[in-house]
Each structure stands twice: as C-alpha cells, then as structure tokens.
Design a protein around this ligand. Structure first.
Ligand SMILES: Cc1cc2nc3c(=O)[nH]c(=O)nc-3n(C[C@H](O)[C@H](O)[C@H](O)COP(=O)(O)OP(=O)(O)OC[C@H]3O[C@@H](n4cnc5c(N)ncnc54)[C@H](O)[C@@H]3O)c2cc1C
Ligand SMILES: Cc1cc2nc3c(=O)[nH]c(=O)nc-3n(C[C@H](O)[C@H](O)[C@H](O)COP(=O)(O)O)c2cc1C
Length: 783
C-alpha cells in the first residue's frame, strides 16, 4: 500500500506514525514544504485527557512529548488589578517546534519517508497512491482546489490576534484583560518550556485601529504590546516569529473525503485558539483515520467511516470554540462586572466548566463568587447573609414590588387541557403542585385573550367571567399554599391558531371546527395551513382592547405579574419578524415599525396593570433563519420594551417559521439572554434545555440572566426547586407544613449524598500530570 501525506504538521506526521505502525509494509511518505526544524509559532497546549489519548495510541511519542512538556494546573484571570486563580485544570504546553521534531523522529524510526522542502502543487503526481492525506493546514491549497466538492464554509471573525512569544515565566494558563485608552486588549499566555511562554494578543477591530497597530511591522507591534503589558512582563521581551495580526477563520467543510483523498486537521476544520484545541483536533483526526483504516475492509469504506464517526466530535469542539470566541469578541459586555463574577464568566464561558464543577476544585473561588452575588442582592435591599451566602439560585430578587424567593421559574407551558378556554381541575393540580414544589415564580401557559386567539381547542383563555373565576381559584390556591409568585402569560395565536392539540400534530391545521385566523400578513405557516387574514386597523384596535380587558381580568384574579407573549411566531411575534411581516403601512418595514403594534399593546396593558406589579415580555431573540430576527435585533427589541416600562425580558428563540435551523444543545438559548441582558442592560430570564440546578447557578453567577426558567424539567418534577434546595442546603426554601417531614428527610439525606458524590468525583478523577509531577519530585519526609 502506498500512502502520500501532504503537510508535515501535527496532523500529517501523527497520521504517518499511526498508519505505519498499523501497516509496516506500507510505503508512507510525508511531503512538507518547510525545512525539518523550520517552524513558525511558539507553544501548543494539550489537556490531560488528550495526553491520555496519545498514550493509548503511541506510547513512545507520548513519553517523549511528556518529557518535554511544561505542566500547569491553574488558570489565572487578571482583571482590573485583581487575580483569580482556579486549580485542577490539568494542561501542559510544549514548543511546537519540539513537538514536530519528536513526531518526525518517531516517524523516521518506524520507516516513514519524510521529504522536506517539497512543496506539492498537484495531487495528480500521486496517481499510484492508494490514499492521499491532505494535511496542508489552515490555508489548504487542496481544499480550495476542490472547493466545489469539499464546500468549506469560512467565517472570518472580527477580532484581530497575533501570536508572539516571551521569556516571561508563567506558572498558570494566564488571561490578562487589559484596560487601555483605546479599548480592551486580551492576552492568552502560557509557558511551554523553561524560560519560554506563548502570548496570543487579541483586540476588537476598533480598539486595534485606535491603538495604531494597523500598518506596524512585526517588531513595532511587538514593542507596542510590550509597552501595554509591560507591568506584567517585568522587563521580559516579546519575541516574534511570523507574528502578524490576523483575523481567525472558522472553517467548516461540508465534505472531508474525495475519492481516495481525505482532509485532516486545520485543512478540514478549525477551532478558535481560545480553547487551545487546534493541535489536539489535528492529532485526534489522525487517530480517527487510523482507527477507521484498521477496521474497514476497503479504503473507501474507511474514509466513509472516518468522516461519519469523527464529524460529531469535531463539531462539538468547534461549537465550544465558537461559544468561547464569541465571549472574547464581546468582552466589553462584562467590563463593568465585579472582577470575581467576570473571572467566573471566563471560566464557564464554553459550558464545559460549571458552578458545581468549580466548587469541587476551587471552593474558595466559588465562595467568593457567591459572596459577590449575595452582596449585589443585599445592595438591592435584601437582608441576605453575605458571609455564608446561599447559592445564586436561592437568592431573592425584586421586580417592582414583587419579591421572588428564589431564581427558579416554571416556564409557561400550554397544557392543551382547557374546555372552551376554561381551566379545569387539571390546571389547579398542575400549577398548585409546581408552586408547592418550591419555584420562586411560576407562569401560566399562554392564556388566550379571546376564543379565536387560541392555538388549539384545548388552550386556556381569559375572556369571560367563568374563566376569570376558574383562574382566581387557582391563583388563590397558589398564594394560600406556597410562596411562589404567579405570572399570567397573555397571548394571541395569530397564524398558528386553529391547530391541533400538541399530541395530535403540533401546529397542524384543524380538520374540523377551525376558526378564522389573523396575522400581520397573509402568509400561512405550512403550505396547507389556513391563510391568515391580514389585520386591518379595526382588527388592530380590537385585539389591543382584548389584551387590555384580559389584563384587567388578570388583576382581578390576583396574578402577581403579567407577561406579554411576543415570541414563537404567534400574533405579536408575526409583526416583529420580517419573515412574517410584509406590511407596507406603519406596522411594517423597519424594526421600529414592526415593533409598533406589540409596543402599543404593551403600553395599553401597562397602563391598565397596577403600577406596583411587574410586567415581562417574551421574545424570540432569533428566528434561526436567513433574513429573520437576529441577536442584535433582540437587543433593540429589548431596549424598546424597556423604554415602554418592561421589567424583565423572557428570552426564548425561534418557532417563527417552519424551515428554521436552530442549533440545539445544553442551555442553547442562554447566549441570547446574555447578549440582551448585558448589551441592552435589562433584566432577563433565560430558558431552553436547562436541566440542572448546577446549570441554573452557572448562568446566574456568570451574569448571563437574572432568572432561569425550566419548562420540560418541571413537567416531570414539580419539586425540582425543593430538591435543589436540599442539595445546596438552602433551608429557606418554602415548604407547606403538610410536607415538612419530607423536607426534613431530604435535607438530612442530601448532606450525606452530596458528600458521597463529591468523594466519588474526587476519587474518580485521575491526578493531573502536574499533581503527579509535584508528587514525584516532592522530597521524602524525614522519618
Ligand atoms: C494564534 C494561534 C494559536 C494557536 N494556539 C494553539 C494552542 O495553544 N494549542 C493548539 O493545540 N493549537 C493551537 N493552534 C493551532 C495549531 O497551530 C493548528 O491547529 C495545528 O497546527 C493544526 O495542525 P495541522 O497539521 O492540521 O496543520 P499545520 O500545523 O498548519 O500543518 C500543515 C503543514 O502543511 C504544510 N504545507 C502546506 N501546504 C503544503 C504544500 N502544498 N506542500 C507541502 N506542505 C504543505 C505546512 O508548511 C505545514 O507545515 C494555534 C493556532 C494559531 C493560529
Ligand atoms: C408542552 C409545552 C408547552 C409550551 N407552551 C408554551 C406556552 O404556552 N407559552 C410559551 O411562551 N412557551 C411555551 N412553551 C415553551 C417553554 O416555555 C420553554 O420555552 C421551552 O419548553 C424550552 O424550555 P425547556 O427546555 O426548559 O423545556 C411550551 C413548551 C412545552 C414543552
């Protein structure tokens, strides 16, 4: 077998090693355009988990790599004169040059032919090769040559970055967030061998320009950065080696395989440097390719297997890198944060690290985060304990005069169980049990303002006296038996009305008994959905009036808060999104025009709703569709509602058009809440695939939302908050007297359960290499 590998970077060399081990008789050649020891850049980093993977696949190169590496355990965040250090991260750094020399040496030992100063411009010269590995890096000539086939998507990011080196020793992975007269600069720095550290500097384009970096040569710009970070460098120089300022290209290729050619490493996909995974991905690609070659009967099958098996892992890493890079691009959002909260945000930015996880390895840091959070709560007038604070989830909050005991919220969820809009005993039990379960705030399902405002025949409403009385009974029960506050969500289904119950076919049009539907424009949801009537001025006035009348009824029921539903493609949302609003009057066109009707409704309700009670608005912060609402629009939408008196923005997404492309995942809508909260400076509630109290605490402590709503988790567990309170020892959680023995038991058991859990986690966690090294070099105790 003959294998040609184009590119002698980590991907190409490691693939050569693993394939040669597997097939000693194969003729494997690596073609590299540079000289053997001629490499740009400084250091690379690997996590302990990545090193474990290398150990499994090629122990000799693993051993040599780990002998050469610098280890560290801590991440240090420098911000506004403070330093926060978090241990237990287990990373190591190595010079890229040494890594390549180790891999070259190992490849040679195994009999791989290495050809340097061999620039390949045409793969046709390998016509006799069984396999051609394209490992030619980020600017891959071969990916671009076959662009129609590989279909790479290149997203060039806005921030500028440059990769430099220094002799400054570092004992932690170091982030420095530096305030300058031109704007924020960020340094990502780590040591990779004795006396050598890597420094990646980053700045947004405006800051970069204002600082006069444009047009400077490598040396001049290094000198400028050395001046800026001189206080930290302490006389150490910044070194350059092709250290040009660039913009990071996020690359995703639709296809990785063409005939017997396969893309590996940066050539196929990149991951932002802020999560330090580029070299890891490149070498793990090589592992995946070798494993596929081991198992599959033919090369074609192996390549198919490689692409199919590896894609999800790569995309997951890319997603984490995306989330992380967005955090760095928008660092100015958090610039006013308390430094410890800021540092917590840095640590938890890409979702892999959470509040509980940090509590295990850096309890003092988390204690400080909790204190800072509690202090903010105390500054807002609550008499909370700041010295031994409760976890953020159990800190109270005030909206106007409504006080919420904790930050867990039951999200609005339609139960499709009303009869002619009348809530039934099902609703009493449903809301009653969730209120007793301990959530600070519960929302009603979308409650419809009129009969023809319903989504389905099972939707609840508030347009007549009987419904008002039925809701009042539920509100009274909640207030009499729990400490939960109760918010009424009012809405109109618009073009998604007259559809089947969720379990009979969500959003599908009713076959019988449908009523006429209205919308901003006459565009049906599905091609076979009812075509809605475009609302004229009379309809606009009538709907506004119905919202106000329902709000007045809500006040008589005793609800504590009112939410206007402007999300998910229902009537008011259909005005906001350009995908569903094609009007040419003052209610269509610009965002301000599209917001006009929802704002008119909001203002009319606000005037009717008691001024001491808060109001929220639910929005879809993105349509997840080309040409639709974006996160930036959501900031504008939130600002407009805030000016109209909204107290809280309930940040959901999507469901506007049926061909949207949402990117699901844990806490997938939280970045939108983060953006709205920290750009528009309004209180937000986030929601969406948040399933654990750990996630709730992570989001709150990082300042990404003020309240956290959980929908589906509450469907199966009304006592979600009570259980979480037991776990975190938040005795203050409300429990009705009838249930006190249960509360006492779960609180007692939780102390032990938590201890067992933490012991298990600590036992199960292998020692980091830094810890092992420290142990091995510790002097023996005197006997
Ligand atoms: C600023 C910055 C910081 C980074 N920090 C880290 C980090 O901390 N940790 C980490 O793991 N990764 C980091 N990376 C990423 C890392 O450098 C790459 O992701 C990794 O090297 C990818 O390996 P590769 O083998 O796919 O590509 P490369 O390392 O780019 O190797 C490709 C090779 O192909 C050769 N080549 C290209 N075209 C041809 C041709 N036509 N003929 C012959 N040879 C050719 C090139 O000379 C090169 O040697 C960073 C990257 C940047 C830009
Ligand atoms: C059965 C069900 C009914 C829902 N009904 C409503 C509703 O009436 N109003 C609303 O704004 N959102 C509604 N939603 C959306 C939820 O409030 C929430 O945003 C969504 O389920 C995502 O949160 P989760 O991942 O915690 O479930 C509903 C969700 C479910 C599962």
């Amino acid at each position: 077998m003959k294998i040609a590998i184009i590119g002698g970077g980590p991907a190409g060399l490691y693939a050569a090693i693993l394939l040669k081990k597997q097939r000693p008789a194969a003729e494997i050649t690596v073609y590299e355009r540079n000289r053997a020891d001629d490499t740009f850049g400084f250091g690379v980093v690997f996590s302990d988990a990545t090193l474990d993977n290398f150990e499994k696949h090629d122990p000799p190169s693993y051993r040599r790599i780990t002998q050469e590496f610098a280890y560290w355990d801590d991440i240090a965040v420098h911000f506004r004169g403070t330093v926060h250090r978090v241990g237990g991260n287990g990373f190591c750094g190595c010079s890229r040059r040494k890594l390549l020399l180790i891999l070259q040496e190992r490849a040679r030992e195994l009999g791989v032919s290495l050809q340097f100063e061999a620039e390949i411009d045409n793969e046709k010269r390998f016509a006799d090769a069984d396999l051609i590995v394209l490992a030619d890096g980020i600017n891959s000539r071969f990916r671009d040559k076959h662009v129609e086939h590989f279909q790479p998507e290149v997203d060039v990011r806005s921030n500028y970055f440059a990769w430099m080196g220094s002799t400054r020793p570092l004992d932690a992975f170091t982030f420095i967030f530096q305030e300058t007269e031109w704007g924020p600069f960020i340094a990502h720095a780590y040591q990779y061998e004795a006396g050598r550290s890597t420094w990646i500097f980053e700045a947004d384009p405006e800051t970069f320009e204002r600082a006069g970096l444009k047009g400077l040569d490598e040396r001049q710009s290094a000198d400028r950065m050395a001046e800026m970070f001189g206080w930290f460098l302490g006389g150490h120089q910044l070194l350059t080696n092709r250290s040009m300022w660039r913009n990071f290209p996020m690359i995703r290729s639709q296809r990785w395989v063409k005939d017997n050619m396969v893309l590996l490493g940066d050539a196929k996909a990149t991951a932002h440097f802020s999560i330090g995974s580029g070299t890891k991905l490149a070498m793990e690609d090589a592992i995946a390719l070798a494993e596929a070659m081991q198992r599959a009967p033919t090369i074609a099958a192996a390549l198919r297997h490689y692409e199919r098996g590896r894609r999800e892992e790569v995309e997951k890493t890319q997603h984490a890198a995306d989330v992380s890079l967005v955090w760095f691009e928008h660092v100015d959002r958090f610039w006013e944060f308390d430094p410890v909260q800021f540092a917590f945000g840095v640590m938890t930015r890409s979702k892999a690290i959470t509040y509980d996880n940090l509590n295990l390895r850096a309890p003092d840091f988390v204690a400080e985060v909790d204190k800072a959070f509690a202090k903010q709560v105390r500054d807002n007038g609550f008499d909370v304990d700041v010295e031994k604070p409760l976890a953020p989830m159990f800190q109270p909050m005030r909206l106007r005069e409504m006080e919420i005991r904790n930050r867990a919220v039951v999200s609005p969820m339609c139960m499709y169980s009303a009869e002619e809009g009348m809530p039934t005993d099902f609703h009493l039990v449903h809301y009653g049990s969730r209120a007793i379960g301990g959530a600070g705030l519960i929302f009603t399902e979308m409650t419809c303002i009129s009969r023809d405002a319903r989504i389905t025949p099972g939707c609840a409403g508030l347009w007549n006296d009987a419904q008002e009385a039925a809701w009042k009974r539920i509100v009274d029960f909640v207030h009499a038996n729990s400490a939960a506050k109760f918010a009424l969500q009012l809405g109109h289904a618009g073009r998604k009305g007259a559809t089947k119950l969720m379990w009979d076919g969500i959003d599908r049009p009713l076959e019988e008994g449908a009523w006429d539907v209205i919308s901003a424009s006459p565009i049906p949801y599905f091609p076979d959905s009812q075509v809605p009537r475009e609302m004229d001025r009379a309809a606009i006035q009538a709907v506004k009036k119905a919202f106000v009348v329902a709000a007045e009824r809500g006040e008589r029921c005793g609800f504590d808060m009112l939410e206007l539903h402007c999300a998910h493609g229902y009537l008011l949302a259909s005005f906001i999104s350009p995908l569903t609003n094609q009007r040419t009057d003052e209610y269509g066109g610009s965002l301000q025009n599209r917001l006009r009707f929802p704002l008119e409704v909001f203002e009319a309700m606000r005037a009717a709703w008691p001024s001491h009670k808060p109001m929220s608005v639910r929005i879809s912060a993105t349509d997840w569709a080309e040409g639709g609402v974006t996160g930036d629009d959501a900031v504008e939408i939130a600002r407009s509602f805030a000016e109209a008196g909204v107290d809280l923005v309930d940040v959901s997404t999507g469901q506007t058009v049926r061909d949207a492309q949402p990117i699901y995942g844990r806490m997938f809508q939280t970045p939108f809440s983060d953006q709205v909260r920290n750009e528009a400076r309004v209180a937000t509630m986030c929601v969406g695939n948040i399933t654990t109290a750990d996630q709730v605490n992570t989001i709150l402590a990082a300042g990404r939302a003020d309240l956290v709503a959980l929908g589906r988790p509450h469907l199966v567990d009304p006592a979600f908050t009570m259980k979480a309170a037991a776990w975190y020892g938040a005795e203050e959680v409300f429990c009705p007297p009838q249930y006190l023995p249960g509360k006492e038991q779960i609180f007692r058991n939780s102390v032990r359960d938590r201890q067992d859990f933490e012991d298990l986690r600590i036992k199960a966690k292998p020692k980091t290499r830094a810890e092992l090294k420290a142990e091995a070099t510790k002097p023996l105790a005197a006997e």
